[in-house]
Design a protein around this ligand. Structure first.
Ligand code: AKG
Length: 298
């Protein structure tokens, strides 16, 4: 049977230091992506959630870019064009973290991830499906839904040389249905640009990554911004790649850095053979929800 990951893959996650200056964020992202490609041989490179702006509801309207109709003009979305040119310059697949998006026709704001091919073509747009609304007294309150609207599609990208990858954003990882559906549709890798915080990061960041990998026996990558204790929102950092056996392959600390992981062709099949939950599912006892009505990114 064909392997889900068709050939070995060097995956890079850029744990970027970001600040208030959008142009500086874009230029820093460019130099780190090119470093990942030229010095480490990365073929798929991932940026973090909200990599072109500070993370916070009050910043989203100010930093938002208009992506539709696609392709947008350079005035309306400098980030779209910077990412497209960067993917082309680096000759890599680029999962462009996420950016605040403004949709003119609805006046809605979204938290949106753009993925480009090595020719600079837009392959996928994922709007964060689950908005991060939490309130842990004395620790953290954050309500994305005060300004953002949710996306309503799952995102799976078919990369001819490697196979299918699923893209979702941060809080989306807490909803195992998304991961499960993507895995059952043949994804070898689940990628989550994300910015957990010092409270839930310590509790759940690694646990979520390993749980999604364990349940689905696929690779999982989480890409965070670097931690900045001067910023209002302190990201957890610790970008990581977990293998299909739920082992952490590589993990950064909280500082800026480039994580490079080697994903092995055949590892998913090896793990699934060893612990055969994949073939032991009892769809006669419970339905396979991935066969249900699912909204995909078109
Ligand atoms: O789920 C969490 O604990 C953090 C989520 C988050 O920070 C986000 O969705 O941006």
């Amino acid at each position: 049977m064909a392997k889900l990951l068709k050939q070995p893959l060097k995956l890079a996650l850029i744990q970027l230091s970001t600040g208030a200056d959008k142009a500086a964020n874009l230029s820093r992202a460019r130099s780190k992506v090119l470093e990942a490609v030229h010095q480490h041989g990365a073929k798929i490179v991932v940026l973090p959630e909200c990599f072109n702006s500070p993370y916070g509801t009050k910043y989203f309207p100010k930093y938002a870019e208009t992506l539709l109709p696609s392709p947008p003009s350079k005035d309306k979305s400098p980030t779209f064009h910077a990412l497209s040119e960067l993917a082309k310059e680096g000759g890599c697949y680029l999962v462009g973290g996420s950016i605040p998006e403004y949709e003119e026709s609805t006046k809605n704001l979204y938290n949106t991830s753009l993925t480009f091919s090595p020719t600079g073509e837009l392959l996928a747009t994922h709007r964060k499906v689950h908005l991060f609304d939490i309130d842990i007294p004395g620790k953290i309150r954050f309500k994305e839904s005060e300004v953002l609207s949710p996306g309503n599609k799952l995102t799976l990208v078919d990369i001819p040389e490697y196979g299918k990858i699923a893209i979702a954003i941060c809080y989306d990882i807490r909803f195992p249905e998304l991961a499960m559906i993507a895995a059952r549709k043949g994804a070898f890798l689940l990628l989550y640009p994300g910015a957990f915080n010092l409270t839930t990061g310590a509790l759940h960041w690694e646990l979520q990554a390993r749980a999604r990998a364990m349940d689905n026996q696929v690779y999982v990558g989480l890409c965070s911004p670097a931690r900045d204790m001067e910023a209002e929102y302190n990201a957890w950092g610790h970008s990581m790649v977990v293998d299909p056996n739920a082992e952490v392959l590589e993990q950064l600390d909280e500082n800026e850095g480039i994580l490079v992981a080697e994903l092995k062709e055949g590892r998913i099949e090896e793990v699934r053979k060893g612990i055969p939950v994949y073939s032991q599912r009892r769809f006669d006892v419970y339905p396979d929800v991935s066969e249900g009505k699912i909204r995909w990114e078109e």
